[in-house]
Design a protein around this ligand. Structure first.
Ligand SMILES: [Zn+2]
Length: 693
């Protein structure tokens, strides 16, 4: 369909008309131009649901996998780690694509403390006296790729016996303790899975290890090294809580506030191949149950000689935006965001998402040529320095906090858009219904005649929607700091070349998405979500889902600790549920009313404001104890990553903190956090009702 549209358009403009016709054409254009400028436009029929439906259909039918492939190819020509010349080239590429489409563009620049490797070496000294240098790169693929490293690792050396610590969790260290194994002074090797990278390093540090090597298991790409950050928290470490603008306040890089975000022992990634080679030589006790079988855990006899030298530098980072002004409510924002910086070539992470973002821009521009203007303003956001710790998006959210808090309807994130087969999504719960509806409209990329929804519903997990408590992509500042309803979508998960030099265009065309149909599906879902959020006269949020989700969380809590009273939650969830049902009824009535008279316009706007602001109710000005930047009391990371709770982070913290307290103190600490969560839910309910008490 789309190709037919384009070939038709191009024949009109490529055939050369005779001069007389050209003159007449110009005359007509001048007259039309005069009328356009001087007479009121007929309001583009946004309030007309049929026109909006037609635009959505054109959006879906104008997908072309060839275009998506060409964007991805261009973006992945070179590795483009943040703060480098190659990264700046991708800034200009994205900007020029937006400009070619005649879209309004802008950039937001910040300075941030980034971290790069200078030197690294590793050799294994075996008990038979042989010494083997371990290669620390992916060789052929990695000519221009940054050498494997952990951003923000301190420089350091270690020459010590090796201990294998499985996933490096507290449980794993306890298992080692039972075997009489102490990792103090040793070089620890751990396999990824479960804990964030930085948390693994810190746990090893707490155990007294002198250095950490992390590897990622895989059958196909055993030579890959998983680069990544080990910084805790999000955003530029020199401007915590405020935007790192040029000339603005900046902490000293040796300030204790800055240093506390980095581990104190050095670490590096290791390939699975190298890890297996070293682990195969370990003696000591055999690995406990649940660990890889037939491996000794050490310490030694193999010794490792490890050196890592890195440097931290203040660099410029650049966010790029395209803006499509809303016609009726220009001061309401729907944001689509994806990061652009990559550890290596970034074909999956993140530029499959960037290709989708650019294709959405192309298709929105097409709709604009056909007369469409969104009701609300759409921002297409291309973030920088996500890989170092969501820096570009966090600085921007911090800089725009008040405007986002009062005017942002939703943030739709896509990071590793296409990793393989299968649809996955995370969202704040008021967006659940919209996700189900939108996936019913998009063709499944892997089965003829089915929709994404049908295949998703038939999958093992059904249409399960994850929640956004993690801090692994750019939705974190929007949800956890600003309280903006958010979505995170992707195809496939756990792709084997994550953060390695093999995350290239050729991996995508060989394994990830050879025909780019999954890219088409992601762009379709993403763009369609935004069209509904930007154009529907009533914002398509449903807080009944939120109340139901909170009710389920209460059920989990009641099983965790019977002695704690959940009464405050019971009452506040009931309040949210009834406010949500009232809002639904009101929306039903207003949806049927033509938006003509001023009073209907104002009533819709008033309901929309309440729907938009209800999520902000979950924020707490004081934030989580000891981690005040995290303001959301329903979704956020627990400080103890082995917590069973992936919601109510304050309650999760209280539970893990209270293990050393008396029974009475423990109950009080947990109940206080339950009261805080309940008050947050009550605030959301009040915001949804809109009236003062
Ligand atoms: Zn990413």
């Amino acid at each position: 369909m789309a190709e037919a549209y384009y070939s038709k358009a191009s024949t009109i403009f490529t055939s050369k008309p005779p001069p007389v016709f050209t003159f007449l054409l110009l005359l007509v254009l001048c007259i039309l131009g005069f009328y356009t400028l001087h007479y009121p436009h007929p309001a583009p029929s946004l309030s007309n649901p049929e026109a909006a439906l037609r635009y959505r259909q054109i959006f879906l039918s104008s997908a072309t996998n060839g275009t998506l492939a060409s964007y991805l190819r261009a973006l992945t020509q070179h590795p483009h780690i943040a703060g480098t010349k190659a990264s700046l080239d991708t800034v200009n590429y994205v900007l020029s694509k937006f400009m070619d489409l005649d879209l309004e563009t802008r950039t937001a620049n910040y300075t941030a403390l980034l971290s790069y490797p200078v030197y690294s070496s590793l050799s294994a000294h075996f008990s038979n006296g042989t010494v083997v240098d371990i290669p620390l790169a992916e060789l052929a693929e990695s000519a221009n790729v940054v050498r494997p490293y952990h951003a923000y690792s301190p420089s350091g050396s270690a020459h010590a016996k090796v201990v294998f610590v499985n996933h490096g969790t507290d449980k794993d260290y306890r298992a080692l303790g039972k075997l009489g194994v102490n990792v103090s002074g040793c070089v620890v090797i751990a396999r990824r899975g479960g804990l964030p990278r930085g948390v693994m390093v810190r746990k090893a540090e707490t155990q007294g290890a002198s250095a950490v090597l992390l590897y990622t298991e895989g059958d196909m790409f055993k030579k890959g090294f998983e680069r990544g950050t080990v910084m805790s928290g999000v955003g530029d470490p020199l401007s915590p809580g405020w935007a790192g603008v040029d000339g603005g306040e900046r902490l000293h890089s040796e300030d204790s506030e800055v240093l506390k975000r980095f581990p104190r022992i050095p670490s590096m990634p290791l390939s699975a191949e190298a890890a297996e080679f070293i682990l195969g030589s370990l003696g000591g006790a055999q690995s406990p149950p649940g660990w890889p079988t037939g491996v000794g855990v050490g310490p030694g006899p193999t010794m490792l000689n490890f050196t890592y030298q890195g440097e931290k530098r203040v660099e410029n980072i650049h966010n790029v935006f395209a803006v499509i002004r809303g016609l009726e409510e220009p001061d309401r924002y729907v944001l689509l965001g994806n990061h652009r910086d990559a550890w290596t070539y970034g074909a999956v992470d993140p530029n499959s998402g960037t290709a989708a973002l650019l294709d959405i821009a192309r298709r929105y521009a097409l709709l604009m040529h056909l007369g469409w203007r969104p009701r609300r303003t759409i921002f297409l956001c291309s973030w920088d320095a996500e890989e170092f710790g969501m820096i570009g998006s966090t600085e921007w959210v911090e800089q725009n906090l008040v405007n986002l808090g009062s005017k942002a309807v939703a943030y739709l994130n896509v990071d590793c858009a296409v990793q393989g087969p299968g649809f996955f999504v995370g969202a704040t719960p008021q967006l659940d219904n919209l996700l189900l509806e939108v996936t019913k409209k998009v063709k499944d990329p892997d089965s003829e005649g089915a929709t994404v929804y049908e295949k998703w519903a038939a999958s093992n997990a059904g249409t399960s929607i994850q929640r956004l408590s993690g801090v692994d992509s750019d939705f974190a500042p929007f949800v956890q700091h600003a309280g903006v309803p958010s979505v995170d979508i992707y195809y496939g998960r756990d792709f084997p070349v994550y953060h390695t030099a093999f995350d290239s265009y050729s991996w995508m065309t060989n394994y990830g998405d050879p025909l780019f149909q999954r890219h088409v599906a992601v762009a379709g879902i993403w763009g369609l979500l935004a069209l509904h959020l930007a154009d529907d006269s009533i914002i398509p949020f449903n807080y009944v889902s939120y109340a139901n989700q909170l009710q389920a969380y209460k059920g989990v809590l009641s099983k965790l600790d019977g002695s704690v009273s959940l009464y405050p939650l019971t009452r506040s969830i009931q309040e949210l549920d009834s406010a949500a049902k009232e809002a639904e009824d009101e929306a039903k009535i207003l949806r049927q009313q033509e938006t003509t008279g001023d009073s209907v316009v104002l009533k819709k706007r008033a309901l929309n404001d309440r729907l938009m602001l209800a999520e902000r109710g979950f924020l707490d000005a004081d934030g989580l104890q000891g981690r005040q930047w995290f303001k959301h009391l329903i979704y956020g990371p627990p400080s103890d990553y082995e917590s069973k709770l992936v919601f109510f982070p304050g309650v999760a913290d209280a539970i893990s903190r209270s293990s050393r307290m008396s029974r009475k103190e423990r109950q009080a600490a947990i109940e206080h956090e339950i009261w805080r969560a309940a008050r947050a839910i009550e605030r959301a309910a009040k915001a949804l009702r809109g009236d003062l008490s």
